[in-house]
Write a protein that binds this ligand. Sequence first.
Ligand SMILES: Nc1ncnc2c1ncn2[C@@H]1O[C@H](COP(=O)(O)OP(=O)(O)OP(=O)(O)O)[C@@H](O)[C@H]1O
Length: 685
Amino acid sequence: MTLLYASTFADALAKLTHQEQKQVKITTVDLMMDPKGTGLSLERLTRAGDDKVWSARVSRDLRIILRRDGDDNLLAYVGHHNDAYRWAERRKFIPHERSGAMQIVEVIEGQEKAEPEYGDHSSATETAGEVVQPFWSLTDDQLLDVGVPREWLSHVQEMPESEIDSLFDRLPAEAAEALYDFATGGKLEDHIVTPAEPGADPYAHPDALRRFRVFDNVDELTAALDAPFEKWAVFLHPAQRELVRRKVTGPTRITGSAGTGKTIVALHRAVHLAEQSETARVLLTTFSQELARALSAKLEIQTQAVPELRERITVRPLDEAAVELYCQQFGEPDLVDHGQIRALIEEAISAGLGGELSTLFLLEEWQELVDAWGVTDPESYATLPRIGRRTRLGPKQREAAWAVFDHIRNRMAERGLVTRAMIYDRLTGWLQDGGTIPFEHVVVDEAQDLTVAQVRFLAAVGNGRDDALFLAGDIGQRIFRLPFSWSKLGLDIRGRSHSLKVNYRTSHQIRAMADRLLPPAITDLDGVEEGRRGTVSIFDGPVPEVRLLDDSDTEADVVSGWLQKCISSGIAPREIAVLVRGPDQVPRARQVSENAAAALKASESPIVGVMHDAKGLEFRAVAVMACDEDVIPDPHRLASIGDVAEMESVYETERHLLYVACTRARDQLLVSGITPGSEFLDDLL
Ligand SMILES: Nc1ncnc2c1ncn2[C@@H]1O[C@H](COP(=O)(O)OP(=O)(O)OP(=O)(O)O)[C@@H](O)[C@H]1O
């Protein structure tokens, strides 16, 4: 027997109470153990849209809807008696006539085909009467080509614009994606379905695999039933699946705007690589402890059914993994801190080094150039591009500065001190001399914020090995560093960069608004373009609000009122965030959050944080407040700008920050500031 599990079943299961979910799980496992269903109350549903549909009794009121075809048992839906029967009556299960992929098709009323009012569908007419019908000009053939079920052709052609947002709820996802992209300016031809080979299994088509999953054993099934909310663990988009399984001959990067599932792909990729052999070892890494913890938690869910896979995957922040490796090879490093570097600079200045250059200048020069780029001699320092550094240095000043850096380097060497970048540089040299890390595969999430030293290290880790390096990131979310070329450092992903286009996190409305902060395509310094155009979200929600208020009291009242509305609508305070540009604005945010909780006598208040720390997180509702003229872009950063190139890069990262903040919201977003407000708000509006 083959047991199949549909995403509609997962959705329906997630809506039941915990107790009901437990009952469903027991019945489902019984069904798996007793494929003929002899011990279960199975009943064929004569009024269902499909003659292979059955119901299985879970309890007096709960029913599982199954489709039984030969050896296949498909778990299609679960719900209370009337709801479950009504669902079954309005569904057909048919392979699509062009793709061959199995679809669950909602039966709609009035399926007779309407004739176009103004001649045939090839006419450019897009309106019938006053109502805009965005798909009126599309022919049956065009619609079938993108996976629209035949039953839906005329309904789609006549669909008014106001119904577009329901596409994902009602049509198979491949068709909904194509139509939504078309309606928002994309090309239908980009979404033509792939026809299956004759006789192929309709459940094995990539479009079917995004909504059906075959379970080989009870453990896998029970793991999926334990976490019905975690659809990402079970159903991948065809583009995600392809990237997870792709065999690659060099470092590979996946990109995509916020919420397109890059982290999910990185996670599945790590598991896929671990599955390849019992001896495979995988490092799944990212930049912070908090993000690594979140990855670990997801990995637990994903490997629940096969715990030995979990043991083959190590999840660590990259810095921690590097220190661990360093300890194994060279002993424990003594990391220098900021205060020690400052003291060494002051010592050098007292000894007459450094000419007229200030401590602050030398400190920044050390951190941003000399240490970051691993400069070890005056010749390399003299030729280093000074992107992002405001002061141009003449040869004499460089010489004076180098004398200080030389002093720092010598003192550090005498005392056995190292910087993080030096740790990576030493490991890189060791790898280049034939050293090997204890991992065959490294998967990196949030790769857009890698440092120069980390990129060099990873290049040496990859070193031309197949499937060695897989990086996920979005350059539109680079918030910590100035851009630099990866390929010049040996990490060449050109020709192996792939972009995801379906946004699972944010509503259409929030995504469309946040996208206005960034250009439609961003090109990195290696000339690899990341396009945002053509990205679609799979659900819709309220239009985000942008509010400019007269003063901070009024803003506090408005944001607090908005938070109260969110909480009163059933969103738990821990699923709501109030985000601000920096620590100076945190008291404003905290007060608003506490006021909202106090007004409702809620036991907890919405989470407060700065935009930088929100990377990788998500909330049902987000208020991005204090977006004032003198807050974002950060005036301290702007004040120190030296040239146009630096100005551009500061503006870019400040925009990215606001983009990151806005795209943490799944359903509801409020952006506010005090008049005249941040110049970025003009783009949002
Ligand atoms: N195939 C899928 N099915 C269901 N949900 C998914 C799928 N892929 C991703 N998601 C959900 O979409 C949301 C965003 O995913 P993820 O965090 O991987 O995106 P991301 O591209 O890494 O975002 P960011 O760039 O903001 O870090 C998560 O809630 C995730 O569970």
